[in-house]
Write a protein that binds this ligand. Structure first.
Ligand code: NAD
Ligand code: UDP
Length: 337
């Protein structure tokens, strides 16, 4: 298939491009590089040993979208979005414009081009503070911040379009906590500024870019008092997209599917696993809880197995070893020497 990948230069997009090229698909990336580097795409092509097409443009610009779709795409994988929860509270309109406005422009361009297949990057954030774990896809949906609201609204917009156009099919992949990097160490997560997420923060402490980790809360109702999440290797997630495309070929309507391992780890378990993988000490202080956090969140991944034939293959030690290989080899991310 020929796939348009919006946001393909980003963290999850770049790893998915490797998996797509390796599965024999043709890839066009549309990315405005607002949170990524073109170097990532050079390295994707180097890893896969195959070329991809890159359009430096914005999903809110209809001309850029038409150009990206003119080669005749069979499907779109839609990663392009702003994703920082804290920033979304300060600049909600920027998030509504980029994420929701961008998705509307994409759906319109798909309609113009007659492209009917979509795989969408949703998030476990749509479950808000869940009543029970593991979380199943039919759990109540709630937004607890503007970023989460954009994901919820985008899911609904896509669902409405699928209702209106019977030939349209969409797979809404609800990711849990993607971490790690390609085993080559050539591509990985390269957050701008201070990392918001736990794994890149730990990696930057281990490599000496930051002094100490702050553990947000030691008094959660969890076995060691720290928050529990479902960490998922980014290459497992990338492969879930390849499966979702295959599943989406003859699927009508919008289908939400959790992508997680079904196993939770605490902050301190992740710290210990990373220390073991890297041979570095990760000093930390336990501080107050972060506003908006939940005690524990992990997926019920049975639907992904039933519908996509997908289940996570890589464990926590591999996630940490691959994250460390990337961080140690690229201490300043893509900007480094
Ligand atoms: P990322 O920031 O690394 O990648 C997003 C890419 O989209 C970037 O390359 C950015 O330049 C591009 N982009 C943003 N706005 C654009 C626009 N208007 N036009 C063109 N390109 C644009 O983020 P990521 O971690 O790879 O996340 C990818 C998707 O997965 C996002 O939709 C995100 O909300 C979702 N998601 C991420 C996580 C996570 O923990 N990383 C968890 C759940 C869901
Ligand atoms: N966390 C932490 N210190 C950090 C970043 C995160 O203790 O610097 C904790 C956070 O409270 C949560 C877990 O690590 O329990 C995962 O947080 P992350 O932001 O990576 O993912 P999310 O909260 O979105 O699931």
């Amino acid at each position: 298939m020929h796939i348009l990948v919006t946001g393909g230069a980003g963290y999850i997009g770049s790893h998915t491009c490797v998996a797509l090229l390796e599965a024999g698909h043709e890839v066009t990336v549309l990315d405005n590089l607002c949170n990524s580097s073109a170097v990532a795409l050079e390295r994707v092509q180097e890893i896969a040993g195959k070329p991809l097409a890159f359009i430096h443009g914005d999903i809110r610009n209809p001309d850029d979208l038409d150009r990206a779709l003119q080669g005749g795409a069979d499907a779109v994988i839609h990663f392009a979005a702003l994703k920082a929860v804290g920033e979304s509270c300060e600049k909600p309109l920027a998030y509504f414009d980029n994420n929701i406005g961008g998705t509307i422009a994409l759906l319109q361009a798909m309609e113009r081009a007659g492209v009917r297949r979509l795989v969408f990057s949703s998030s476990a954030t749509v479950y808000g503070e869940p009543d029970t774990v593991p979380v199943t896809e039919d759990a109540p949906l709630r937004a607890t911040n503007p970023y989460g609201r954009t994901k919820l609204v985008m899911e609904q917009l896509i669902g409405d379009c699928c209702q209106a156009v019977p030939e349209m099919g969409a797979v809404l992949l609800r990711y849990f906590n993607p971490v790690g990097a390609h085993p080559s160490g050539r591509i990985g997560e390269d957050p701008a500024g201070i990392p918001n997420n736990l794994m890149p923060y730990i990696a930057q402490v281990a490599v000496g870019r930051r002094e100490r980790l702050q553990v947000f809360g030691g008094d959660w109702p969890t076995p060691d008092g720290t928050g529990v999440r479902d960490y998922l290797h980014v290459m497992d997630l990338a492969e879930a997209h390849v499966r979702a495309l295959e599943f989406g070929r003859d699927q009508a309507g919008a289908r939400a599917i959790n992508v997680g391992t079904g196993r939770g780890y605490s902050v301190l378990e992740l710290v210990r696993a990373f220390e073991q993988a890297s041979g570095k000490v990760v000093p930390y202080d336990v501080v107050g809880r972060r506003v908006g956090d939940v005690a524990e969140l992990w997926a019920e991944p049975a639907l992904a197995e039933a519908l996509l034939g997908w289940r996570a293959q890589r464990g926590l030690a591999t996630m940490c070893a691959d994250a460390w290989r990337w961080q140690a080899g690229n201490p300043q991310g893509y900007d480094g020497p």
